[in-house]
Write a protein that binds this ligand. Sequence first.
Ligand SMILES: Nc1nc2c(c(=O)[nH]1)N[C@H]1C(S)=C(S)[C@@H](COP(=O)(O)O)O[C@H]1N2
Ligand SMILES: [Mo]
Length: 258
Amino acid sequence: MILKPPRKIALDGDAVAKEALRRLDRPARRLFLRRSLTLGGLSLLTGCAISDEESVEHTLTLVSRFNDRVQGWLFDPNKLAPTYPESMITRPFPFNAYYGEDEIREVDAAGYRLEVGGMVADRRAWRLPELHALPQTDQITRHICVEGWSAIGRWGGVRFSDFLARVGADTGAKYVGFKCADDYYTSIDMPTALHPQTLLTLSYDGEQLPPKYGFPMKLRMPTKLGYKNPKHIQAIFVTNTYPGGYWEDQGYNWFGGS
Ligand SMILES: Nc1nc2c(c(=O)[nH]1)N[C@H]1C(S)=C(S)[C@@H](COP(=O)(O)O)O[C@H]1N2
Ligand SMILES: [Mo]
């Protein structure tokens, strides 16, 4: 019988530590600035030994989750994102999705029901007119996409904190998750869900939200990057189980603050 030699991986500790440091967000990086981050230090930070390629990937994922925690600690629930005058609205406002404009989802208004689930007292589904009957507000804010563009737009709708209060959400829960009419999904932290500028939007620039911008509804958060703002929302759920997201599960940072 021939015994296979143990798989030997030349792991460049310095390179891994450097990559981890690069992936630490600015606020988290600041915490480490005075110390040099070594492979040993990384193991301490993430609580696991780093010995092969797989654990390198795992470690870098943990670094990203560590970034989430730091962003969560630093998030100020009372600090408002900048708002802009009407004259600064970007026209036309860009479209973006994980598919092209020829595949924009068309959601049927009459049959639409917003499902509400998880840690809420009232799991009744909502029809569009019921959402329009809630107090509405609007804001002109900047949307920042990690693909390298930003644009100013005007969205109107229901303050998400009002909606969460209506459905009797457990605001002590960690996450609010979203499922969309396409294959998109994402989730946010509860402090951001309750932020005064987080809106369940039904309109864009004074008109009913068009399909390209997420009809019938988009969650708009000027405190978060574009990919955290789900369009075509079909279900909202409150949970303590980490729900991830479409891009987040492919390596984008989960907190995604802007
Ligand atoms: N349902 C759904 N929501 C989504 C996406 C998507 O592909 N599907 N893309 C996200 C990304 S990456 C961006 S930048 C914004 C784009 O929104 P806009 O088309 O209104 O500019 O939607 C976000 N929400
Ligand atoms: Mo984006």
